[in-house]
Design a binder for this molecule. Sequence first.
Ligand SMILES: [Zn+2]
Length: 61
Amino acid sequence: MKIECKNCGSEFELNSKSIPLRDKDSINCEVCRSELYSWNEAKMWEATLLEKKENHLNKPR
Ligand SMILES: [Zn+2]
């Protein structure tokens, strides 16, 4: 599925893999480092950057 970073607007493709155990984890946007997606289920999600945008609401630094 496609997801957009709430902070910078970059677009990612999210893909899940099933894993045997329930996992609580999250992935961060590789552009701005804010949390992109979090889950608590027996899946492992991976995000692939589709389009980099830098409409940061709050620029770090
Ligand atoms: Zn971002």
